[in-house]
Ligand binder design. Structure first.
Ligand SMILES: C[S@@+](CC[C@H](N)C(=O)[O-])C[C@H]1O[C@@H](n2cnc3c(N)ncnc32)[C@H](O)[C@@H]1O
Length: 229
């Protein structure tokens, strides 16, 4: 069974056994590419890539898709050996898994598989901004939210709850303090805020969610952490 067969299977309610079979084959399909990148110390993983696939990255997502390694996270990362990944990029994925269990496991696995000096870049919805806007009754902020959210969102709380839950797709929300806690628990100590395409690591400047609020600030939270060398 090759990737094309996997592409035809759109049923995400498959039994876990089927998913495991799909994941097994998908990993085998990418094994050579992964090994070659490890050899060059240049393996870069894009977790929860969705349709935002990046060239020169191994794009991973639980949804089978052409050009993507089918993998359920965080458990799938156990397939990678320790200290073998140069960069991990993950945009608008972390909020889709449970906290603290899955999110904690994901960060621990990321720390384990990163090579010393390796970097993780995490982008999530900037929940803190919407909470502040709510408390400050910032009508301009919510006028922009109204262009992004479904029509039924008409009150500030509708927008706040939608940003947090997105029709049940989001399992948790993050501010910098909580993200910092998660990363520290996984072993990271060098943790800092970033901004849209402002990574000092050139390969990591692949952000493409550029929505801003009424104050010209990007709506997402951008965080990076470096594994000690
Ligand atoms: C909102 S999309 C983000 C896509 C892209 N990274 C972006 O920035 O637009 C979230 C993605 O996470 C994937 N996803 C959700 N839970 C997952 C899990 N447990 N394991 C792997 N992928 C998952 C979904 O299939 C979806 O493609």
């Amino acid at each position: 069974m090759g990737l094309l067969t996997i592409e035809k299977n759109e049923n995400l309610n498959d039994t876990s056994q089927n998913i495991t079979e799909l994941e097994e084959q998908s990993f085998l399909d990418y094994q050579q590419e992964i090994d070659a990148a490890i050899e060059r110390k240049a393996l870069q993983l894009n977790l929860g890539s969705g349709i935002m696939k990046r060239n020169d990255w191994i794009n991973l997502d639980m949804h089978p898709r052409e050009g993507t390694l089918t993998m359920r996270l965080p458990q799938g990362l156990k397939r990678f050996r320790s200290d073998c990944v140069r960069y991990i990029y993950t945009s608008h994925f972390l909020e889709h898994i449970s906290y603290p269990d899955e999110a904690g496991e994901l960060m621990q696995e990321c720390y384990r598989i990163l090579q010393p000096g390796g970097v993780i870049r995490i982008i999530v919805p900037g929940i803190e901004k919407i909470i502040r806007a709510y408390a400050e009754d910032d009508q301009g902020f919510f006028a922009i939210q109204a262009t992004l959210h479904p029509e039924w969102c008409t009150t500030k709380l509708d927008h706040l709850m939608y940003a947090l839950q997105q029709d049940g797709e989001h399992k948790y929300g993050y501010d910098f303090e909580t993200m910092h806690k998660l990363l520290v628990a996984a072993g990271f100590s060098n943790i800092y805020r970033s901004d849209y395409n402002q990574s000092e690591f050139e390969n990591m400047n692949i952000d493409n969610r550029s929505l801003k609020d009424n104050h010209g600030r990007y709506l997402s939270l951008f965080v990076e952490a470096i594994k000690d060398a």
